[in-house]
Design a binder for this molecule. Structure first.
Ligand SMILES: Nc1nc2c(ncn2[C@@H]2O[C@H](COP(=O)(O)OP(=O)(O)O)[C@@H](O)[C@H]2O)c(=O)[nH]1
Ligand SMILES: [Mg+2]
Ligand SMILES: [Zn+2]
Length: 288
């Protein structure tokens, strides 16, 4: 019996990484009966001789699309240009990641193509002030690449972000042996709805990293109107000073969060996105 991490799953087989070795294992009937479906990222007990999985350890978290478990950190890549920087989309990603208790880091790519650099510098300040680490990258920026690489050490990381922002390019720049496909124009409308793309964990700098095709769903499914505020670090910081318990920082009087917006301690567009997302959650239809 041995212990490893599933780094890839291929029709009934699981590649389990233990040390530097990969063992291709079968799942066995055991899992079908227990309704456990092993995921990439799962820590498993396995038999390295007979090559089958024995059990899956409890997960710290899991994503459904992409299907992956036990994620410590998400690097959210947004590009400065093409696609144009979009703070609303970035905030959606950040909320979804925070809701899963995953630590986000923001990477703003394509700095070499930036013309209005003041804009990006402004966003960088705002997100840093909100409590995030922000790294500006382009393939020629060694210092930034080293910082990203450092983040991977001893962690499981997913690279998230819209298609075309440069996720695969970034990973290739960090580890040239990966040869990830880049530049593909993916138009979701042109694709079959159920196109499944493989998820695989790569070893980089003593950690495991998944290049995701972006998140296919940006629904706030697991987020409630109460938990949403927890997904904004700067709101989290001021919320304890609100007058009313359970304040959701919308219409309530004596709200410390709204005061912080007024005082310029919370940036207005971040608060606006919070309210937008809050109303989206409040208006969603109950599902049965
Ligand atoms: N100029 C420039 N182009 C980039 C940069 N990062 C990615 N690209 C280009 O953007 C396109 C999409 O990149 P890709 O890595 O496939 O994006 P992904 O869909 O997020 O994986 C490709 O044509 C890349 O060459 C960058 O930092 N600077
Ligand atoms: Mg890609
Ligand atoms: Zn409040």
């Amino acid at each position: 019996m041995a212990r490893g991490i599933i780094i890839q799953s291929l029709s009934g087989f699981y590649d389990v990484l233990m040390g530097e070795e990969v063992y291709r294992c079968r799942g066995r009937g055991l899992f079908r009966n227990k309704k456990i479906s092993p995921l990439v990222g799962d820590v498993v007990q396995f038999d390295p001789e007979q090559r089958y999985l024995l059990s899956v350890e409890e997960r710290s978290n899991e994503l459904i699309r992409p299907p992956i478990a036990n994620i410590d950190q998400a690097i959210v890549v947004v590009s400065a240009v093409e696609p144009k920087f979009n703070s609303r989309l970035l905030d959606r990603f950040l909320v979804l990641i925070e809701a899963k208790m995953i630590n986000p880091v923001i990477v703003i790519s394509k700095q070499d193509r930036v013309t209005a650099s003041e804009d990006i510098a402004k966003y960088r300040r705002i997100y840093e002030q909100a409590g995030y680490e922000v790294i500006l990258t382009d393939p020629g920026n060694e210092e930034a690449l080293i910082r990203v690489k450092d983040l991977f050490k001893s962690k499981t990381t997913v690279i998230a972000g819209q298609s075309g922002v440069g996720k695969s390019t970034l990973l290739n720049a960090l580890q040239s042996s990966l040869f990830l496909e880049t530049g593909e124009i993916s138009r979701s409308l042109g694709r079959g709805k159920h196109t499944t793309r493989r998820v695989e964990l790569f070893s980089i700098n003593g950690g495991l990293v998944a290049d995701t095709p972006g998140f296919s769903s940006l629904d706030f499914d697991p987020v409630t109107s109460v938990s949403l505020a927890e997904c904004f670090p700067e709101i989290r910081e001021y919320a304890p000073d609100c007058k009313f318990r359970g304040c959701i920082h919308d219409r309530e009087p004596k709200c410390a969060v709204k005061q912080a917006v007024e005082d310029g301690n919370i940036h207005e567009f971040r608060y606006d996105h919070y309210i937008e997302f809050l109303h989206e959650i409040q208006n969603r239809k109950p599902r049965y």
